[in-house]
Design a protein around this ligand. Sequence first.
Ligand SMILES: Cc1cc2nc3c(=O)[nH]c(=O)nc-3n(C[C@H](O)[C@H](O)[C@H](O)COP(=O)(O)OP(=O)(O)OC[C@H]3O[C@@H](n4cnc5c(N)ncnc54)[C@H](O)[C@@H]3O)c2cc1C
Ligand code: SF4
Length: 449
Amino acid sequence: MAMQLDRVKMPELDPDTRTSSYAEAVLGYSRKLAVEEALRCIDCKTKPCTYGCPALTRAPEYIQAIAEGDFDQSLAIALETYPIPGTLGRTCFHPCEDVCVVGIKGEPVAICSLKRAAFDHGKWPKIEKPAPTGKSVGVVGGGPAGLQVAYDLIRKGHAVTVYEALPILGGMMTVGIPAYRLPRDVVQKELDKLREWGVDLVTDWRLGEGDFTLDNLLGKHDAVFLGVGCHAPKSIRVEGEDLPGVTHAVEWLRKLELGEPYDLEGKRIVIIGGGSTAMDVSRNSLRLGAKSVHIVYRRGRRQMTAAPEEIVQARDEKIRFLLMANPTRILPDDGGHVKFVECVQMELGPPDASGRKRPEPIPHSEFLLAADEVILAVGQNPSPIKQHVEDRVAMTRWGDVQVDEQCRTSDPRVYAAGDIALGPSSIIEAVAHARRAAASMHADLMADA
Ligand SMILES: Cc1cc2nc3c(=O)[nH]c(=O)nc-3n(C[C@H](O)[C@H](O)[C@H](O)COP(=O)(O)OP(=O)(O)OC[C@H]3O[C@@H](n4cnc5c(N)ncnc54)[C@H](O)[C@@H]3O)c2cc1C
Ligand code: SF4
C-alpha cells in the first residue's frame, strides 16, 4: 500500500467560536480518524520516535494497538511510561515527530495526538497494587515531575505522599497551561487514578512555611523528592516594569486559575515574549474580552520558541505579532498606571555564543504602543526554596537544585528533577528526568531494606 503522505486532520473549533469560550480548541480524533492516522505508521525498523522521546515512550506499540482498533491496549501501553497520557497527548512538544521516518517524505505520524486518542477512547486498566515495601517517600511539588515520581514509586510498593503548595495540583499543567488547551477534567482523571493507586495528595502545604521543613519531611519519610519547578517571575530590566498594570505571566496565569476575576473587556493588552507562555496569556486575554492583543518579540517568527501550532492558532484568533521589536521603557499615565510601551525595532546582528544571530536595536527606531495592561512572558526563575533547603542540599547561585546524572542531590536522602533542576523545560523533559530520579530512589531505598 502506498504511504499516505498527509496527516489525517484533527477537527478544531473555528477561531471565532473558540475565542468566545474556554471550550477545548482542538477536538481530537474520533476512533475512526485515529485508526486511519495510526495506519500511516509504517512500523519502521529503527523506530527513531522511541529514542526521539526523552522519556522513551513506547510510541510504535501504542500506535500499532490503535491501528488494530484496540484503544484499551493503547492506553495501557502509554500508562506503562507515565500517568498523564491525556495531558501529554494535548500539550507535548512531541520531539518524537521530528524524527519519524514518515516525515522524510511527508508529514510525520501524529504520534502525540494518537496518545490523546488512546486516552480519549481507551478504558483504564485495572490497578494491581504491589506488596508494600514498608518504605515511605515525600514528594514536594505536585507538577508533572512530582506526579511521575509518585506514580513510579507507588507502583514499586512504596508509600507516597505528595505535598503541594497551592490549593490545586498539576503544577504548570493547571496554573500555566489554559483550560482551552488542556481541559481540567483530563488532569482530574489522571489525578484520580493516582489516588486510586494509593498516592496521598496533600494541598496547601508549602515547603518553608511554618513546620513544613525539609528536616521534618526527612523525619517522616525515608526519602524526599524536590519537584517545585520554576514559578518565580523573571525581570525584563526596563524602566516602568513595576508600574500598576504590568504583571508577570506566570503570576497572571496562576491567579486566573485560582479564580481571580479578570475583566479585560475593551482593553488593549501588550505581551512581551515569544514562547508558549506568551501564546497562553495572549489567547487567554482574548477570551477574557480584550479589545486588542499585541505580542512584542525581539526576534523573528522562526526564532519563536512556542510550538508552531500554537503560533498558528494565536494568529488565526487575530493576535497581532510585532516581531523584531523590543521594549525599552514602560510609560505611565498621569495617575501612574501603564499607558504606553516604548519599543525599538531590532535587526539581526552577528551570531552570539549559542550560534544564534543576536538581535540588536536599530538606532532611532523607537515607537510607542498604547497599552492598558502589559504582561511580561519572558521566562521564569526557580521557585524560591533556596533559603529553606541549602543547609542540606547544594543549590546553584540562581536557585536551582544541583543534581547528578541520576538526580541525586548532595544529601543522600534527597532527590530532585524537573524544572527546579533543569531550568524551565517541558512536561516530557520533566517526566523523563523524574523517571530517572524515581529509579535512583527505588534502588537506594531497596539497598537499605
Ligand atoms: C504558561 C506555560 C505553558 C506551558 N506550556 C507547555 C506545553 O504546552 N507543553 C509542555 O511540554 N510544556 C509546557 N510548559 C512547561 C511545563 O509546564 C514545565 O516544564 C513542567 O510543568 C515542569 O514540571 P515540574 O513538575 O518540574 O514543575 P511544575 O509544573 O512547575 O510543578 C511544580 C509544583 O511545585 C509546587 N511548588 C512550588 N514551590 C513549592 C513549595 N515551596 N512547596 C510545595 N510545593 C511547591 C508548584 O506550586 C507546582 O505545583 C509550559 C510552561 C508555562 C509556564
Ligand atoms: S518513526 Fe514513525 S513510522 Fe517509525 S515507528 Fe515511529 S511513528 Fe511509526
